[in-house]
Design a protein around this ligand. Structure first.
Ligand code: B12
Ligand code: SF4
Length: 486
């Protein structure tokens, strides 16, 4: 099951588990996927569906941000069928196994990579065996969390069966909001070509371990070709942890795509490390169909790059952004503000980096310490409020920076104004976005940044379009923005 938030992408994790169960699990269970992002949304309808299907086991996948709803669904499952076993997996299971089990509606948590674990666990449930010998799981023993030995990662990813596309409505995800907000082609699908990342960012959830494990280029392109031929998929979003860790593999994937004669577009909504990619690779990606790359820069402060252990080489990533943009690739950047002890000058440096860069779009996030990450652990015992009940996008942030609450929130909102009111960005975006999308987009940016009338004038003065269009933009923005706040 997947929760429903603004962005809904194919539940690739569940699709992998379903295939593994069909092929690897000796009890050959009948498997269904219920995606609460696109199939059913209301809790009552979900419970109703479960009641009708009457499963022996329900597996739930959830990120931490979706945890509340996932747990209430688990509760609904137990109400619909009390003897149904509930297994909880995905990022939140790793983040907070105890709280999931203590909710009373979940029997097992699966920690990390799930294909092998789910098969063994289902076999164990069917046979009524003792689960303590199954690695990679957690359950309550005498009311306390008991975790078994860690699951060894699957060494050869080519061994994992392809995701069970037949269990979801593949084309329907095109109608949902995807990770980058737009598509170059009508039908797209996500694809995972590698797992694990050797870097050590302190805010990372480290789901797939520190060893980079990669599918062979042949296996990756075989999957693409299958989706191309069977489901008319013409665009792929690659969502690895670190797709470009091995340059030769990237070049080989590009070669095989070109040889396959598939007419496709490729986007990287995440998973490309900006300081280890070079011009040759960027050009090669472009000729294989890549039209969009998102670089996670996070902070432009060298001190913070070290303290968060991302250790990104800032001048290299800056140049990768420029090379990508020059090669006609749409470039986006992710930035984080509010790291422990971050100063106002450091926040400004990050904003300035994104403003001056050749990025088309920049996204800013406020740092949140998740339990069980290095960052979360370093703050344990500091009496920080962490309210699962209210853990949503709009819920209150914890300010770890050295800047006052008011200035921190102001700087965060202003970041958008500073970046998007830069002359070169307005000129570029007004050439590539349709006038109505541009209006809509700037309406949101200016409103979120609590823009003044002066800011709107700056925007209008940098526009590269006709007088008539400028007037239309002005009218739209003036009606959208709540100047009263400023
Ligand atoms: C795609 C993606 C998104 C997408 C879609 C997420 C989704 N619901 O599927 C979007 C863009 C929405 C997204 C948003 C965010 N994301 Co995100 N995202 C990812 C990403 C890059 C890939 C997820 C994926 O499909 N992986 C591939 C599949 C194969 O893995 P999987 O789903 O985890 O499944 C495997 C195991 O987890 C396990 N498993 C999973 N479910 C289950 C269920 C059962 C029953 C069992 C047995 C096993 C099991 O088995 C599967 C196969 O091995 C991951 C990083 C990563 N490498 O996973 C981050 C990640 C999931 N995201 C993360 C975060 C923090 C976020 C944000 C909160 C970031 C932010 N500050 O805004 C937002 C949340 C926004 C929101 N409101 O939803 C964290 C999650 C941490 C957490 N504890 O929740 C991750 C892990 C990144 C990281 N390395 O830290 N994200
Ligand atoms: S680069 Fe990404 S996947 Fe790797 S450690 Fe950092 S946050 Fe995690």
């Amino acid at each position: 099951m997947k929760d429903n938030y603004a962005t809904v992408i194919p539940p690739i994790g569940l699709m992998y588990l379903a295939s593994a169960l069909r092929i690897w699990c000796s009890v050959r269970p009948l498997v269904k996927i219920l995606d609460t992002g696109v199939d059913v949304r209301k809790k009552e309808d979900i419970t109703e569906k479960i009641h009708k299907f009457s499963p022996d086991v329900v597996g739930i996948s959830s990120m931490t941000i979706e945890a509340n709803r996932a747990l209430s669904i688990a509760q609904g499952v137990k109400k619909a069928k009390n003897n149904c076993k509930v297994i909880f997996g995905g990022p939140h299971a790793v983040t907070s196994p105890s709280s999931i089990l203590e909710s009373g509606s979940v029997d097992f948590v699966v920690l990390g990579e799930g294909e092998k674990t789910i098969c063994e666990l289902i076999e164990c449930i069917v046979k009524g065996d003792d689960p303590t010998h199954i690695s990679g799981i957690g359950f309550l023993k005498k009311g306390k969390l008991y975790t078994t030995s860690p699951r060894q990662p699957i060494e050869n990813l080519d061994d994992i069966p392809f995701p069970a596309w037949d269990l979801v409505k593949v084309k329907r995800y095109t109608q949902a909001w995807n990770m980058q907000g737009y598509l170059a082609r009508k039908y797209y699908h996500t694809i995972v070509t590698s797992r694990g990342c050797p870097f050590k960012c302190i805010y990372c959830h480290n789901l797939f371990g520190k060893k980079f494990r990669a599918r062979s280029p042949e296996n990756v392109v075989k999957e693409m070709k299958y989706l191309y031929d069977t489901y008319c998929i013409r665009e792929f979003h690659i969502i690895d942890d670190i797709f470009n860790f091995n340059k030769d593999r990237v070049l080989r994937i590009c070669d095989l795509i070109e040889k396959s004669n598939m007419d496709i577009r490729i986007a990287f909504p995440n998973g490309v490390r900006g300081d280890i990619i070079d011009e040759e690779t960027i050009k090669k990606l472009k000729s294989a169909g890549c039209y969009s790359i998102t670089y996670a820069v996070e902070t432009a402060s060298k001190r913070l790059q070290q303290s968060i252990r991302k250790n990104l080489n800032l001048s290299k990533v800056e140049s990768s952004i420029t090379i990508s943009a020059k090669n006609g690739i749409f470039t986006q950047g992710f930035f984080m503000v509010g790291f422990p002890g971050e100063t106002h000058a450091e926040i400004k440096k990050t904003i300035e980096f994104s403003r001056k860069s050749d990025l088309h779009f920049a996204h800013f996030f406020q740092v949140r310490p998740f339990p069980n990450t290095e960052l979360g652990k370093s703050l344990e015992g500091k009496n920080l409020r962490f309210n699962w009940e209210d853990f949503g996008y709009s819920s209150e942030r914890i300010n770890l920076s050295s800047v006052s609450e008011k200035d921190y929130n102001r700087a965060y909102r202003k970041a958008y104004l500073e970046v998007y009111l830069a002359k070169k960005r307005i000129e570029t975006l007004s050439k590539i976005l349709t006038p109505s999308i541009l209006r809509e987009f700037y309406g949101h940016v200016l409103d979120f940044g609590e823009a003044s009338e002066e800011d709107v004038k700056v925007f209008l003065s940098h526009l590269a379009c006709s007088e008539d269009e400028i007037k239309k933009h002005e009218k739209h923005l003036n009606s959208k923005i709540n100047f009263g706040r400023c």
